[in-house]
Design a protein around this ligand. Structure first.
Ligand code: FAD
Length: 410
């Protein structure tokens, strides 16, 4: 049976559920479908929602749901560079904390709020193709759990179906700023219990990084990051490989993790990254479907929440006849890219894990002597400071000027 919706959202995790929530709250008729059934976990993520993302969850009134899951607020951040340990606090954040909720928590909090706001959720439904009238997308076809075909029409279709987006393929979205996973990072991580941490810990060494932070269930997510060209390690050797690498970077963190208990299997993965053209006549993409960044900056969820906020606002303007719908949606791509492309390119560059040049050593030396700038550096990750602003020539000159000559040669 076919009925008319204002918006159909394909994909019900952070990007799709947030978009559905915001549109339903504005009174729009929203249908959200997913091939999964919820609550549903998703382990291919290290879960960090940075300060800008936490601020959005707070603005939408759903951060309390994350806190109620006993997911701790993360307020201390350190970056151990070997000879220097930087600490910082992203400036300009309202909540002033990051969170790392397991996806079974975050996605469900958003989805519950979307359904409470009036969105209709259909689970176990596999998107197949878009319906078109001429060039314009006017609905979808999908497969119901019983194998029957579902046909639904809408004024707008949103693909929030992740990096392998079938919606993107159906609408023929073009790809740009594209990088193979070999040019990015290889991330190996697991959950541990019984591990004391000193806030969110990052460790950076030439060609390597490590990290650890708290998530739900009194557990810690800990991982190592190597270049994407690193040889893959056999599953049974992953634990030994992880600890050998971590030991070389931080014997202290390795010892704390060894004294704890690993709670789940290892995950080891790299991803192809890209921007996709995020909108066309009758359709748009949000979250990983439209923009997949290297996980090294843990930016994907915060990006997804920010893009959902922008997309829902523009769609609301068009659907409520404040403006022509296509005129409103023409703003989506340039406004998304103005924020996201610099972050995507910064992440990709960082994922090379290149040994520090003299300029980089000078930069970090300067940050060690200027707490406000160190805070701004952490703000690039917290997404409260644009990489373009932080790495502008003017700002780098200011930081260099504050580095004492004796420290520069360290
Ligand atoms: C190793 C790794 C670590 C990461 N760590 C972090 C981190 O710490 N912090 C962070 O912010 N980001 C991280 N990310 C990125 C983050 O996981 C993604 O940005 C995020 O999951 C994107 O959410 P989404 O809602 O766009 O898509 P997804 O989470 O991929 O959800 C897509 C949904 O669409 C549904 N779907 C797909 N196809 C169909 C179909 N044909 N029909 C119906 N439904 C469909 C799926 O079932 C799924 O529920 C990491 C990624 C990786 C690979």
């Amino acid at each position: 049976m076919s009925s008319m919706h204002d918006v159909i959202v394909v994909g019900a995790r952070c990007a799709g559920a947030a978009t559905a929530l915001l549109l339903a709250r504005q009174g729009h008729r929203v249908l959200i479908i997913d091939q999964d059934r919820f609550p549903s976990d998703m382990r291919l993520s290290t879960h960090l929602v940075w300060h800008a993302g936490a601020d959005l969850l707070q603005k939408w009134g759903v951060l309390d749901g994350v806190r109620a899951s006993l997911c701790p607020a993360l307020t201390q951040f350190s970056l151990d560079l070997g000879e220097l340990v930087l600490r910082g606090d992203p400036p300009g954040a309202k909540v002033g904390a990051a969170f790392a909720p397991k996806r079974i928590v975050l996605d469900q909090v958003l989805l519950d709020a979307a359904v409470a706001a009036g969105a209709e959720l259909r689970e176990g439904v596999l998107f197949d193709d878009v319906l078109r009238e001429g060039e314009r997308v006017v609905g979808i076809t999908a497969k119901n759990p019983d194998g029957s075909v579902m046909t639904e029409r809408a004024r707008w279709v949103v693909g929030a179906d992740g990096r392998h987006s079938r919606v993107a393929r159906s609408v023929g979205s073009t790809t740009y700023h594209e990088f193979a996973k070999e040019d990015g990072s290889l991330n190996t991580f697991a959950y541990f219990s019984g591990v004391p941490l000193r806030g969110v810990e990052f460790i950076s060494r030439p060609q390597r990084m490590a990290y650890a932070w708290q998530t739900n269930d009194d557990q810690v997510l800990a991982g190592i990051i190597l270049p994407g060209t690193s040889p893959r390690v056999a599953r049974q050797d992953t634990e030994a490989h992880f600890f050998a690498e971590l030991e070389a970077m931080s014997p202290d963190l390795a010892a704390r993790l060894r004294a704890g208990q690993r709670e789940e299997d290892w995950i080891s993965t790299g991803v192809n990254t890209f921007c996709r053209q995020p909108a066309g006549p009758g359709w748009s993409l949000v979250g990983d479907a439209g923009l997949t960044v290297d996980p090294i900056t843990a930016a994907g969820i915060t990006n997804a929440l920010r893009d959902a906020d922008l997309l829902a606002d523009l769609l609301h303007q068009g659907l409520s006849a404040q403006r022509d719908l296509d005129d409103a949606m023409a703003e989506y791509a340039p406004r998304r890219d103005a924020v996201s492309v610099p972050l995507h390119l910064f992440s990709q560059n960082m994922a090379k894990l290149a040994p520090p040049t003299d300029e980089v050593v000078q930069l970090f030396t300067g940050l060690g002597q200027d707490q406000a700038q160190a805070d701004r550096y952490f703000g690039v990750f917290g997404q409260t400071v644009s990489p373009n602003d932080f790495f502008s020539e003017e700002n780098l000159r200011k930081i260099a000027a504050s580095a004492a000559p004796s420290a520069v040669s360290a």
